[in-house]
Design a protein around this ligand. Structure first.
Ligand code: GRF
Length: 232
């Protein structure tokens, strides 16, 4: 079984979609071994419990310093020995120690087409407010690997979503979730769990797409050392 730890901060609709896609067999051989929230009141924790998944809160409020919180977060992530860590609406800056401990094994969903509307300060509704302010006709969502920069890691999947004339940030946020985020995140997990993703020169390559381009060159074997989401 491919083991996931999912980090959340809020309502957990992305988490729910992952649970449902595992439940209905769309995503196979994958198990969510722990859900971690930085926020004790996050409804995502309830969703985890309902699905009989271990739900843990690691709140910065419970620690005297940011360093202690970072250590606690890293242990909470490490302990269930995940193959992949999924940030599904996790509003915490990931400590560099965690990124170094899990190279190419952390993915994030961002509610825009990176590199638009991303980086410092672009989270939650603000992303959609800025997209509407700029008047873009198309926005979307991106699943990317997490590196030490802000929203700067290799891009795995993106999906465009139309902006409509009378959109509010709330309407647009909802459409981006329904038409892009919920679909992309479980697809990304399936691809990684199947060993079809590898990182080369800062880009995420997907095995079948690559084979299509490269004259039937065989897909890389899982565990060849470069495959994303594999313990090294
Ligand atoms: C999503 O819009 C996600 O892109 C953003 O936070 C929201 C999380 O929603 N970073 P949920 O908690 O999965 O419902």
């Amino acid at each position: 079984m491919f083991r996931l730890v999912i980090c959340v901060s809020g309502g957990g609709t992305n988490l729910q979609h992952i649970i449902d896609r595992i439940g209905d067999g769309t995503v196979r051989n994958v198990r969510v071994v722990r859900v971690i929230s930085n926020n004790a009141g996050a409804y995502a924790l309830e969703r985890a419990k309902k699905a009989e998944i271990e739900a843990v809160c690691v709140s910065p409020k419970a620690y005297e310093t940011r360093e202690r919180f970072n250590e606690a977060l890293l242990s909470a992530v490490r302990e269930p020995e995940p193959d992949l860590i999924v940030l599904a609406g996790f509003l915490v800056a990931i400590p560099p120690e965690m990124i170094r401990a899990f190279p190419n094994r952390i993915i994030n969903i961002h509610p825009s087409l990176i590199p638009s509307f991303c980086g410092r300060g672009f989270y939650g509704l603000r992303v959609h407010e800025k997209a509407l302010e700029r008047g873009v006709r198309v926005t979307g969502a991106t699943v990317h690997f997490v590196d030490e920069g802000m929203d700067s890691g290799p891009i795995l999947l993106q999906k465009a979503v139309e902006v409509r004339e009378h959109d509010t940030p709330e309407l647009l946020q909802r459409r981006v979730m329904e038409e892009a985020e919920w679909i992309l995140l479980s697809r990304a997990i399936a691809l990684i769990a199947e060993g079809r993703v590898r990182i080369e020169n800062g880009r995420a390559l997907i095995a079948d797409e690559e084979a299509g381009r490269a004259d039937g060159e065989p897909a890389p074997a899982p565990g060849d050392g470069r495959t994303a989401g594999r313990r090294q």
